[in-house]
Design a protein around this ligand. Sequence first.
Ligand SMILES: [Zn+2]
Length: 254
Amino acid sequence: MLKHKNIIVSCLLTVLVLFLLKAVWWSYFLVFLFFSGMTAWGSFDIRLHYFLKAYTHNPNITQRKIALTFDDGPHEMTEKVLDLLQKANAKATFFCIGTQMEKHPELVRRILAEGHVLGNHTYSHSKTFGFFSTQKIKEEIERNDEILLNITGKKIKLFRPPFGVTNPNIAKALSVTGHQVIGWNIRSLDTVIAAEDMIFNRIQHKIQPGGIILLHDTSLKTVRVLERLLLFLQAEHYEMVTVDALLNVQAYEN
Ligand SMILES: [Zn+2]
């Protein structure tokens, strides 16, 4: 299996063999390059499960069920997203940022009241989250949990790391907080790609039963893509469910 610990052991064994064979110096450099490349790839692709186990889809589902997930809100656009979901009778999961929930607690309450599910997306969604210490990561997660608890009275179990980044410190922090890590297998790139058509086509081609779609409730562009996507999914007879329902896991602690 492609796991961080396995790669470390394989690289150390390779170095030992190279030493015994009195290999040339650059062969060690190649091992170093391989190790660095694997670590970087594993950090930025949550689907590899390189540092920790993350749910990215449910491969056992045969019925047309799919999960829409929205990151980085609540935001001014969340209301429009909720209106569209309501109209389509679709349920979704919102991975909220703590600082945003402090600004829009009423939206957090509306998300929950309309049958959607909430997840933790850290307190500040720092760009340098991948370089935080285990303690700082734990604080970021727990501070978000506290805000959600204050607004909803619920202890949240679902977590999605900012940018989908994973590393040993994040894995250690999560082993203490006990959250379930939720990734995705259909990335819309809605914060990167400018053209709505391109975003919609990207998602459409990857639609499959049991899939988890990553979107952001932070732009009018995504709202427009969502409108088309919901029509498409309805025409294809898909049921849009929350991630806990799709994966058969618990969203909140009892
Ligand atoms: Zn995010």
